[in-house]
Design a protein around this ligand. Structure first.
Ligand code: ADP
Length: 245
């Protein structure tokens, strides 16, 4: 039985949590190694992280520290060598790729450094593609596409194709595309790496709004130590572990 001061401290800690206290995603004692030739390369060395609904977290660390490796595990693109990963209580670490893919398609959105838009399609059509893939009923497309493009501030650029948009605008289309099918989780790997500081600040602001409006959880990586901090929590990663920040 915990002592009284300890029980009080635990109750206080509980209060600090966001309203929904069940984590959306739970990473427990996760390790990931790769076989490189005859060597075993230990990339993640015991990672613990809880991501709550409508929370924005940032994984920050130098290139090579293991951020992408962790993000791939969180999104069910890869499985850990050791440890557990639960997404909405589903044990990703035990599931095969087919099973994880079903969840991924429906409930996780990805954003990449290089925007990953279809070059011949307009902003509108790029977002539409995401709804088509997610099998969202066609009757809902127009309203959803318009509202997503509006949320990222691109209502006036709906019919522009990627080459007719700035880097920051292209990344905003990618955000609209990632949120269109209403996933619970967005994973953004170095989403601002190719943007200048002004565009980066805009994207961070858009992320903040998306999390608040859509109640989506968002986890992004960055190697930029000067990035504007809008995150609810920043995890500093050094050589496969989190260090205090
Ligand atoms: P970051 O995203 O922080 O730059 P990564 O997670 O991409 O770091 O990579 C961390 C380390 O893991 C790097 O040294 C990289 O070479 C290694 N690594 C990542 N994926 C693999 C793989 N599939 N096979 C072998 N080594 C890998």
């Amino acid at each position: 039985k915990p002592s009284e001061p300890q029980a009080v401290a635990e109750a206080e800690a509980e209060k600090e949590r966001p309203i929904a206290s069940e984590p959306l995603l739970s990473v427990r004692n996760v390790e990931r190694s790769f076989d490189v030739g005859s060597q075993k390369l230990r990339v993640l060395k015991g990672i613990n992280l809880n991501l709550y609904p409508a929370q924005l977290v940032m994984l920050r660390g130098r290139s090579g520290s293991g951020k992408t490796t962790l993000m791939n595990l969180m999104g069910g693109l890869d499985t850990p060598t050791k440890g557990e990963i639960f997404f909405k209580d589903r044990p990703f670490h035990k599931w095969d790729d087919d099973k994880r893919t079903v969840v991924r398609r429906k409930d996780i959105g990805f954003i990449f450094q290089a925007f990953a838009l279809m070059p011949l399609l307009s902003a509108y059509e790029n977002v539409e593609l995401s709804l088509r893939m997610a099998k969202t009923p066609r009757s809902e497309w127009k309203e959803r596409i318009t509202s997503c493009l509006d949320l990222v501030g691109l209502s006036k650029r709906m019919h522009h194709r990627p080459f007719e948009l700035s880097g920051g605008e292209q990344q905003r289309v990618a955000i609209a595309k990632a949120i269109a099918h209403k996933p619970s989780l967005i994973l953004a790997d170095e989403p601002t790496a190719e943007l200048d500081s002004q565009m980066t600040a805009q994207i961070m602001q858009v992320f903040k709004e998306v999390v608040a409006t859509e109640k989506i959880s968002l986890c992004m990586t960055t190697h930029d130590p000067t990035i504007m901090e809008v995150a609810d929590h920043v995890y500093e990663m050094v050589d496969g572990v989190f260090v205090a920040n």
